[in-house]
Design a protein around this ligand. Structure first.
Ligand code: ARG
Length: 469
């Protein structure tokens, strides 16, 4: 039996004749994962005692003594002299035990007035995730910066652009790399919009219906650096959409890394030979001495599955929960903590891999025009000669078919054969039959032409310089 009424750290028990069965205590316990919220819980309690004092429930000396005790408790946690015990049910009960050890049972016992673990935990998860959001944002910004740097180094390198994974049109390597930076910039935008919703304080919601003690929720919110209190106490304690939204944004970051990873894995094969990964960011095989494996990219791809699992698990926990607090909600933490840990460990390795990989420029350039990737340029040239696009498409299709039959590239077709296919195919068409001409011509908004790529680099540099927060 554990957590009997009167036990230090037991937050309930008065109406019970005995404590819970060991199996129930083991099931209920969350201390092994919610202990990471300890400093946030202490910050919440420091704000709460100020509200208790301003409503007249604590004298100035009591407030001061409690506040000092909480500061001391925090430094004991930091130096390791106070830690959670297996008998502590959760972070809240462990910290109440710690506070009572320092401030005494009478004074320490006053702190719980006017709040419940339900509004407490709903607040702590927000303040914790807001901090983690800052950390993840800085890691994503570093990756965007590296992608932008690598793009700038490779402005003039052409490569095959693909659709359906088939050769489509030539693009610059810079344009391709930046195409991986933009989705990450949107993930950061999402995080900053999420912050508005996360920065509200559920303190004062109590267990579900609000508090009778007249504690000022604005004061608590301000102390915690939040923008204000939540508007409905039942919603405040029952909802976890803020947690789910955070998990979604992290998952989207993971999926964006995974999509790039898939390309990196393919680019590193002997068949493609587009890139070489730095030794520091690849691994060998225990049996095959020749191997150099793209494990960072593979782990990014694998871990995105794990992030999807965490998000899905969390959503499944929330589905069909009636109002307001239910203990199911305790299950929100492990998935989102794992998501934070996974991305925190993945992003630096991924960024290092991108920063150090080398591009095989000759090979990229060689393959840029392969697969008749300049055919669209021929068709659009014909349109500029006033040929309706429908006919231009048909004529170019015949040109491609002639090339396939005769084992030629588009630019190798003799003038007379071009004229046989269509009188409109005059020798001037050769002006657009070069990769550099094709890239240069795609100067419309967001295109791969150099001025458009330089614009992208400068927008992304501004974003990196100011951060999104
Ligand atoms: N450990 C709980 C959670 O994470 C804290 C709230 C417990 N509230 C309760 N009434 N048992 O949700």
């Amino acid at each position: 039996m554990s957590n009997r009424a009167g036990d230090a750290g037991a937050l309930w028990g008065g109406r019970f004749e005995g404590g819970p069965a060991e199996s129930v205590a083991a099931l209920s316990r969350s201390i092994h994962f919610d202990w990471r919220l300890a400093s946030y819980d202490i910050a919440g309690t420091r704000a709460h005692i100020k509200a208790l004092h301003s409503a007249g429930y604590l004298t100035v000396p009591e407030l001061e003594k409690l506040d000092k005790s909480l500061v001391q408790l925090l430094s004991r946690i930091e130096d390791g002299s106070f830690s959670a015990k297996p008998a502590d049910e959760d972070v809240h009960s462990a910290l109440e035990r710690g506070l009572i050890e320092i401030a005494g049972a009478e004074l320490g016992g006053k702190v719980r007035a006017g709040r419940s673990r339900n509004d407490q935990i709903a607040t702590l998860i927000r303040t914790y995730l807001l901090d983690e959001a800052n950390h993840l944002e800085s890691l994503v910004l570093q990756l965007i910066q590296v992608l932008t740097d690598r793009a700038e180094e490779n402005l003039a390198v052409a490569m095959p652009g693909r659709t359906h994974f088939q050769h489509a049109q030539p693009v610059s390597l810079a344009h391709h790399l930046l195409a991986h930076a933009w989705p990450l910039s949107r993930d950061l935008e999402r995080l900053s919009e999420w912050r508005k919703r996360a920065s509200l304080s559920p303190y004062g919601a109590g267990a579900l219906a609000g508090s009778t003690l007249g504690l000022d929720p604005h004061l608590v919110a301000k102390e915690l650096g939040l923008s204000g209190p939540t508007q409905n106490s039942m919603d405040a304690t029952a909802s976890r959409d803020v947690v789910a939204e955070f998990a979604f944004i992290c998952t989207m970051i993971g999926i964006n890394l995974s999509r790039f990873s898939e390309e990196i894995i393919i680019w590193a094969t002997a068949e493609f030979d587009f890139i070489k990964l730095d030794d520091a960011y690849s691994t060998g095989s225990s049996i095959m001495p020749q191997k150099k494996n793209p494990d960072v990219a593979e782990l990014a791809r694998g871990k995105s599955g794990r992030l999807i699992g965490n998000l899905t698990g969390l959503l499944a926990t929330l589905k069909a929960l009636p109002l307001s607090y239910n203990r199911d909600l305790q299950e929100d933490k492990e998935p989102v903590f794992d998501t934070v840990d996974t991305l925190s460990i993945l992003l630096p390795a991924f960024t290092g891999m991108v920063a150090t990989m080398t591009f095989n420029k000759n090979r990229l350039e060689l393959l840029a025009p392969a697969g008749f990737s300049l055919a669209t340029d021929v068709a659009e040239w014909l349109v500029k000669q006033k040929v309706p696009f429908r006919d231009a498409h048909e004529i170019t299709g015949q040109l491609v078919s002639y090339c396939e039959k005769n084992g030629l590239e588009l630019h190798q077709v003799p003038d007379n054969e071009m004229a046989n296919i269509s009188k409109k195919l005059t020798p001037e068409v050769r002006d657009v039959l070069s990769v550099s001409g094709s890239i240069k011509a795609r100067s419309g908004a967001g295109g791969t032409a150099l001025p458009r790529v330089i614009e992208q680099i400068s927008s992304l540099r501004k974003l990196v310089a100011k951060g999104v927060n």
